[in-house]
Structure formats: structure tokens, C-alpha cells
Design a protein around this ligand. Structure first.
Ligand code: UDX
Length: 439
């Protein structure tokens, strides 16, 4: 099939590369000439394992990038993978996506009609990959129709949410747990089925396909992320209770996770969830619900618990040392291991809390130092965890990088060996004043 992917960010680039790899003829469209040049050169503006290999293999052949929308009428399907930034109240800003939908419609209208594909079908399917709320679907549908003008009856909108995780995006795309097709017609569903057919044929697993309407499909994405984020917050809430009782939340939740109805995943309590998806998506669906007249109490509480975990970690520190004027190490700055992304990382409120206490913060992360330096230029950054611990009065462990499990003697160089572990990654050992956040 001929596919256009508008937007070459994290989701769009992964989608374009994986669809080209599945045998489709893909054109990536982005307004940034630098991003376009990089893609045509066979590499991505983002770091994601396996992505550059796919781009290098297909760039210039099954995958091309351009800043222009004019190739859209020649495609069978156009995906919109444009960012939806958060506004102050947590709702998403649809401006860039609406503009892209309108320009896509205009490109189709300018061609007079969409170009017929091999089957002589001149209808065009526009699929929203971006995460948007159910009420936003109608807005994008309208923008597309407004751009398309007289050609509007030959253009249809669908939604096809994406569940990929940072760090495993390519693998998640190629081996999905499920596919969700939100369409208004059998024609659109069949087109999506044809598109994904080679991908599904390449995996051994039986992938469930959910066929529904566009609004339900996007709600599934929000419900999915809201559930996972709330699951962690519930584990954290129960973990805080365990800590008060002097119990180990990991022992408790490991046993709870043996119940098939619950599952063992996303029960790791600690300093909470961050990243580009959970905080933004939970806020967006809360804002949309509020707008529709409903206050989602449980989601509000999930956010409150998450916001409270860094503060609880700092309170545990206060129980042991007065951080004012003291050197305090922050181990781990990324929002999770395997990425240099610090968006909504729990390290941010931790560093802010330490600075508010007048501590001398020394941060360490295997890959996220450069991003954190932009945000906190005044913080000292160490070249290794051992260097960060050297002379420190206390250490706060914020990201569960594997290397923090093997620090051993490095703690001996601390001025006072106080370790507050927010991720249960450091081993308790003789001579260490160790405090787990929920154990
Ligand atoms: C998430 C969803 O998993 C993905 O389906 C969606 O498309 C985007 O959001 P991602 O943001 O890449 O993906 O991160 P994920 O691996 O899910 O972790 C999110 C956060 O939860 C991290 O900060 C992680 O440290 C935290 N987490 C995860 C816990 O605190 N405890 C757990 O048990 C699991």
C-alpha cells in the first residue's frame, strides 16, 4: 500500500519505519527540514533501539521524507501522528493536529480528486495516530472535511491508537498486544486490515483486533493508560500503608500479583510514574471528563498519590539528616531506565525539594545528564554513581538503572551512608543506613 505519515516525532517515525519494513511504500511528512533530511539520510531525530537500522535499510527506497503535503492524494492511507501538547489545565492543544488535518484535506481537494489506487478506489482514509480525547475526534473530522471541501465525501477519518513504550517502541509496534481500529465504515476497517496484514503475518502471536468506532477507539487508549497509571498509584498507596506497618510492600504485592485477575505487572511501588504519556494522558482525560461535567475521583486520587511520592521520599531523608548545606546525591535522572527522557521524571521534584532545603545536589545518570543539565544548570553532575556518592551525606535513588544494584563498595566513600531508595534497586548492606520508600 502507499502510505503517508504526517508528523515525524516519536510515534510517526516508528510507524513510518515499521510500515516500510512491512513492505509498504511510505512517505513521511514533517515541517522540520532537519528532521526530513535526517530521515532521508537513514537516521531518526529520536533515539529508539532498532529504529535507525530500519531507517537505514529503507530510506531512499520504500521510505522517503518530505516537507510537502502534495503527495498525499497518491497514497491509500494518511496517518496523522502530530503532537498534542498539554495546556495549563491539563487538556490537550489540538491546534497543530487540526492544522495538519486541514492541510491534508486541502492537499486532497487540490488534486481535484484522490488518485485511484490499484483497485480503482478513489476514496482516501485519514487515520489519527495521535492520542486525542473522544470529543476531539469530531473536531479533527470537521477540520479534515473543511480542508477537503468538495472532495469531503471521498475522505474518511479513522482512529488507530498506539500503545508503544519508550525504549521498546519498534518491538512493541511489531509485536502488539492488540490493534484497535476506530472506523465509521467497513471500507475503512478493511483498509486498516490490509495495511496491518503483513505485520500480523510476521508475528507468531495471535494478535486480537478490536474493531469499533473512532471515539471508542481513542477512549480505549486513555482507559488503558489511566488504568496502568492508577495501578501503580494503588500499589504506591498500599505501599505507603505497608511502610507505616513496618511491612515490605514488595512481598505483599508479589503475592497479590499471583492473582490472574490482577497480574504481576505495574505493581512495583516507589517514587511513582513519569514520562511523556501517563501524566499527560491522565491529565487530558481528567480535563475532558471535567469539561463534560464529571469529576473522575479515582483518577484525581491517582495523580495526588503520584505527586506525593517524591515528597514522601524527601520526608524520609529529613528523618535522617538535615540536608541544608550537605552534599546529596541523586542517582537516576531519567523517568525510567533505558531512556534519556526526563519529561515528568520524579527526579525533577526531588531535585527541587533538595534545592529548597539548601542541599548541594550532585546528580548522576548513565544517559540523561545532558537533558537534566538544561533544566537544572546549577546542579553538579558526576561522571559515575561512585563519583556522585563520594563525600555525599545522603543518596536518593530515583531511577531503577541496573547498575545501581551493583554499587557495593561505592557507598563506603559517603560522608554518611544514608540511602533513600525510591525504586528498590540498592541492596541493603552492613554499614548502610537504608530506607526503602515502601518497604
Ligand atoms: C507508557 C505505556 O506503557 C504505553 O503503553 C503508552 O503508549 C505510553 O505510556 P512509557 O511512558 O514508555 O509507556 O513507560 P512505562 O514503561 O509504561 O513506565 C511508565 C512509568 O511508570 C515509569 O516512570 C516507570 O518507572 C513507572 N512504573 C512502571 C512504576 O513506577 N512501577 C511499575 O510497576 C511500572
Amino acid at each position: 500500500m502507499r502510505v503517508t505519515v504526517v508528523g515525524s516525532g516519536y510515534v510517526g517515525t516508528t510507524l513510518a519505519a515499521c510500515l516500510a519494513d512491512a513492505g509498504h511504500d511510505v512517505t513521511a511528512v514533517d515541517i522540520d527540514p532537519g528532521v526530513v533530511a535526517a530521515l532521508n539520510d537513514g537516521h531518526a531525530a529520536i533515539h529508539e533501539p532498532g529504529l535507525d537500522d530500519l531507517l537505514a535499510e529503507h530510506a531512499g527506497e520504500r521510505l522517503r521524507a518530505t516537507t510537502e503535503y502534495d503527495g498525499i492524494p497518491d497514497a491509500d492511507v494518511t496517518f496523522l501522528a502530530i503532537g498534542t501538547p498539554s495546556r495549563e489545565d491539563g487538556s490537550i492543544d489540538l491546534g497543530p493536529l487540526t492544522a495538519a488535518a486541514e492541510m491534508t484535506g486541502e492537499a486532497l481537494a487540490e488534486a481535484g480528486a484522490t488518485t485511484a489506487n490499484a483497485d480503482g478506489d478513489d476514496r482516501h482514509l485519514v487515520v489519527v495516530k495521535s492520542t486525542i480525547t473522544p470529543p476531539a475526534v469530531g473536531e479533527i473530522r470537521e477540520a479534515l472535511a473543511a480542508g477537503a471541501g468538495d472532495a469531503a465525501d471521498r475522505v474518511e477519518l479513522a482512529t488507530n491508537p498506539e500503545f508503544l513504550r519508550e525504549g521498546t517502541a519498534v518491538d512493541d509496534f511489531q509485536h502488539p498486544d492488540k490493534l484497535v481500529f476506530g472506523t465509521d465504515s467497513d471500507w475503512a476497517t478493511e483498509r486498516l486490515e490490509t495495511l496491518y496484514e503483513p505485520l500480523l503475518a510476521a508475528t507468531d502471536a495471535e494478535v486480537p483486533v478490536v474493531r469499533t468506532d473512532p471515539e471508542t477507539a481513542v477512549m480505549i487508549k486513555y482507559a488503558n493508560n489511566a488504568f496502568l497509571a492508577s495501578k501503580i498509584s494503588l500499589a504506591n498507596d498500599l505501599g505507603n500503608v505497608c511502610k507505616r506497618f513496618g511491612l515490605d510492600a514488595y512481598e505483599v504485592m508479589d503475592a497479590v500479583g499471583l492473582d490472574d485477575r490482577i497480574s504481576a505487572q505495574f505493581l512495583r511501588s516507589g517514587v511513582g510514574w513519569g514520562g511523556s504519556c501517563f501524566p499527560k494522558d491522565v491529565d487530558a482525560i481528567r480535563a475532558a471528563a471535567r469539561e463534560a461535567g464529571y469529576e473522575p475521583a479515582l483518577l484525581d486520587a491517582a495523580v495526588a498519590v503520584n505527586d506525593g511520592q517524591p515528597e514522601r521520599m524527601l520526608e524520609l531523608l529529613d528523618d535522617h539528616v538535615d540536608a541544608a548545606g550537605e552534599r546529596v546525591a541523586v542517582l537516576g535522572l531519567a523517568f525510567k531506565p533505558g531512556t534519556d527522557d526526563i519529561r515528568n521524571s520524579r527526579a525533577i521534584p526531588i531535585i527541587e525539594g533538595l534545592q529548597a532545603r539548601g542541599a548541594e545536589v550532585v546528580g548522576y545518570d548513565p544517559v540523561a545528564t545532558a537533558n537534566t543539565r538544561e533544566r537544572f544548570p546549577d546542579v553538579e553532575y558526576a561522571e559515575s554513581a561512585a563519583a556522585a556518592l563520594d563525600g555525599a551525606t545522603a543518596a536518593l535513588v530515583v531511577t531503577d538503572w541496573d547498575e545501581f544494584a551493583a554499587l557495593d563498595d561505592a557507598f563506603d566513600a559517603m560522608a554518611e551512608p544514608v540511602v533513600i531508595d525510591g525504586r528498590r534497586i540498592v541492596e541493603r548492606r552492613e554499614g548502610l543506613v537504608y530506607e526503602g520508600l515502601t518497604w
